[in-house]
Design a protein around this ligand. Structure first.
Ligand code: PLP
Length: 467
């Protein structure tokens, strides 16, 4: 019998947990990563799987040698695991295309649907930019609006689908990266199918936390958000959707025969994966899928729910802290909370959490600008002012908030550490050191540079808030 973990502990340790980082008081603290919604650290079993595989590493689909055969086998085993993870059975008419990440998967699908400029894709204002921009540049979009709490119901989705010409696709998130809210995805898929509209679910956030929606036609997700940060993501969909037409990427491995003025594309999935595939990423993804299976969704959901409740309740109780998004009681929300601190810029809160407390969070608009604008209740004049500032290269007063997001290794103690750090910042205590804001990025840094990573860090001008 396996021992049950301590109820307050994380479910699994991750590589790098507890690494010491410098803080402005001259002490090092164990780094607390509360930015799992952006990228998760690796599971140790994932790293071990990669290390075990490396001695067999060779070309995939391209070599007759023994190691090429082993590598090809490992790659195809990962593809089968990805298909199973998405709730599809082998030989069931679906294919898993291994790509880089969710963004690439959605761009891939957008290209492969061969959309005409006057085709319509219905999507929602809650989406990450990865599920907005690929559609916007190829066709027309009809949007599902959200209420002031950042949610919508299946009726609003059905109304948007019905509101004009039949859409080619409904593209909707499985869970928001800003509020953690999960739309009622099974009902939404059913409503779309009743109207003969296929559905893409952006499962970037869902994948590490909940089973993927088996009835959605297309599903996209990223390994780096589910403890396999080795560069692989997945697009799952009906094989028939990829059977005709030009692939997204043209090149070696995607063809049966080529002449200088002719090409015979091969069948999917190879047709969709031109170029040498990322077998290391695929092996890592496979190991993560297996490990999530060993832990089990019940344990993961239970862990997530306890963290979510503690995090939300802790932050809501702090005077001057405003939590964005719906209160679903924990179960219907991923373990993440986005909040603002009255009178303290979001970029400064994030900088202080890092420099004074050793806590890593994300701030800004989280690559979901339309959603943030709604959650913050910004009016047209404020929005126009932000556009003007950005056009002039001034990012000092960008709208935004702070997001704390948890994963497998997060414990209740970690949540409490974050809550007391936020309470400290919200209390109005003067900063222990002076902070400088970079107008090009909007980010704050301790003026004395005491906590900057070796080699210059963010001074190169990449904004934490950019999205
Ligand atoms: N969709 C959602 C909901 C996300 O949270 C993210 C990343 O944060 C993406 C898409 C894009 O994922 P990736 O950066 O792995 O392409």
């Amino acid at each position: 019998m396996t021992a049950r973990p301590h109820p307050e502990a994380g479910l699994r340790a991750l590589v790098g947990d507890g690494s010491m980082v410098p803080c402005v008081d001259g002490h090092d603290r164990p780094y607390l990563n509360l930015d799992a919604a952006a990228s998760t650290s690796a599971l140790p079993v994932v790293v071990r799987a990669v290390e075990d595989f490396l001695p067999c590493y060779a070309s995939v689909h391209r070599g007759a040698g023994h190691k090429s055969q082993q590598s090809t086998r490992a790659y195809e085993a990962a593809r089968a695991a990805a298909l199973g993870f998405a709730g599809r059975s082998p030989g069931g008419g679906d294919v898993a295309i291994i790509c880089r990440n969710t963004t690439e998967a959605i761009n891939h699908l957008a290209y492969r649907l061969r959309l005409a400029a006057d085709d319509v894709v219905v999507t929602t204002v809650v989406e990450h930019h990865a599920n907005l921009l690929p559609w916007g540049r190829l066709c027309r979009r009809r949007f599902v609006e959200c209420g002031s709490d950042g949610t919508f119901g299946v009726e609003e989705v059905a109304a948007a689908v019905d509101a004009g010409p039949r859409p080619r696709l409904l593209a909707v998130t499985g869970a928001s990266n800003v509020t953690g809210w999960q739309p009622p995805i099974d009902d939404i898929v059913r409503a779309a199918h009743e109207r003969d509209v296929p559905v893409l679910v952006d499962a970037a956030q869902l994948a590490a936390h909940r089973p993927l929606p088996a009835d959605a036609d297309f599903v996209a997700w990223s390994g780096h958000k589910m403890y396999a940060p080795f560069g692989a993501g997945v697009l799952v969909g009906p094989t028939a959707a990829f059977a005709d037409g030009d692939p997204f990427l043209a090149g070696g491995g995607a063809v049966d025969l080529v002449d200088l003025d002719e090409v015979a594309w091969t069948d999917p999935p190879d047709r969709e994966e031109a170029g040498s595939p990322n077998v290391i990423g695929a092996v890592a993804l496979h190991a993560a899928i297996d490990e999530l299976g060993r832990i089990g969704w019940d344990a993961i959901i239970d862990h997530d729910t306890r963290l979510q409740r503690r995090l939300r309740a802790g932050l809501v109780a702090i005077p001057g802290v405003n939590v964005l998004g719906p209160d679903t009681g924990g179960g219907a929300t991923l373990p993440l909370v986005t909040f603002a601190v009255t009178g303290v810029p979001h970029a400064l809160v994030a900088a202080r959490l890092s420099a004074e407390h050793g806590i890593g969070v994300r701030h800004g608009c989280f690559c979901a600008h339309p959603y943030l604008v709604r959650l913050l209740g910004l009016g047209p004049d404020e929005i126009a002012r932000h556009w003007d500032a950005v056009r002039h290269g001034d990012h000092r007063d960008m709208p935004g908030a702070i997001r704390a997001s948890a994963g497998l290794s997060t414990s209740i103690d970690d949540i409490d550490r974050l809550v007391s750090a936020v309470a400290d910042i919200a209390s109005g205590r003067p900063t222990p050191v002076a902070y400088h804001q970079d107008p090009r990025t909007g980010d704050f840094h301790p003026e004395d540079g005491s906590t900057a990573p070796a080699g210059g860090g963010r001074a190169v001008g990449a904004s934490c808030a950019r999205g």
